[in-house]
Write a protein that binds this ligand. Structure first.
Ligand SMILES: [Fe+2]
Ligand SMILES: [Fe+2]
Length: 240
């Protein structure tokens, strides 16, 4: 039983039960860009005992008090809307607060904390890349996914996309997710897991807390796209 469970992929755990994301965050196990690894492999990469992680995952099953959130069971148009209304909105609301905080911390503490220069650089790059990335999803990819759903339910005619197959924009979005994921892991390492130094002022502490929250949100956002929305959209396209 145990052996079979650790052969299950990390992304499947999160797809089956969204709350598994928090368990993986705790052990810094990547469930979004590299979620295809089995639990056993992922634990080995991170030097974590798979049985410890399994115990935490078991606890979720016993905790029936939390309302189940099952995006894997939603219609794809609803899922695309949810991603835009929840995660894209979060990124757009957060960046105008986060970026000035990072700038301020760099200008005040940059001399004593040289790691802040690299941190700021990665945050700026992430902000620019994500802004254009979300625009592409909202202007090109998601409307096409919604058009496929409408065609499937007989509301409209199915038309082949101008870009040939949905696989192409999806491959591009996945590449951009990997790049964002790399920036997040850089930030996690450079900030020592978002732990502010002993001499940190309030803005410093708040900025690290905001960065940690930004990471958590982006992991869930990318998971919904890479592991649920995109594979199901590819399957839907093949059904025409
Ligand atoms: Fe997105
Ligand atoms: Fe995305």
């Amino acid at each position: 039983m145990m052996e079979r469970t650790i052969e299950k992929t990390v992304k499947q755990f999160v797809t089956d039960d969204y709350r598994a994301a928090a368990v993986f965050e705790k052990y810094a196990i990547d469930f979004c860009c590299n979620g295809g690894k089995t639990l056993d492999e992922a634990c080995r990469v991170n030097g974590v005992d798979p049985e410890t992680v399994l115990l935490d995952l078991e606890d979720l099953r016993n905790d029936s008090g939390t309302e189940a959130f099952r995006p894997a069971e939603w219609d794809l148009d609803a899922l695309a809307d949810f991603i835009v209304n929840t995660h894209h909105r979060y990124v757009r609301r957060t960046l105008p607060v986060l970026v000035p905080h990072v700038e301020k911390v760099l200008s005040v503490h940059g001399q004593n904390h040289p790691e802040l220069a690299g941190i700021a650089e990665h945050v700026y790059a992430l902000a620019t890349e994500l802004t254009s990335h979300m625009q592409k999803e909202e202007m090109v990819l998601f409307p096409f996914i919604k058009a496929m759903v409408a065609a499937k339910t007989g509301q409209t005619q199915y038309n082949r996309p101008p870009f040939g197959s949905i696989r192409f924009p999806i491959a591009q979005m996945e590449a951009e997710h990997s790049s964002a994921g790399d920036s997040l892991s850089y930030l996690r390492t450079a900030t020592q897991g978002y732990t502010p130094p002993a001499d940190a002022c309030t803005t410093f502490i708040i900025t690290y807390r905001e960065l940690a929250e930004f990471e958590r949100d982006l992991h869930q956002h990318i998971h919904l796209e890479n592991n649920i929305l995109f594979p199901r959209a590819i399957a839907l396209e093949q059904s025409f």
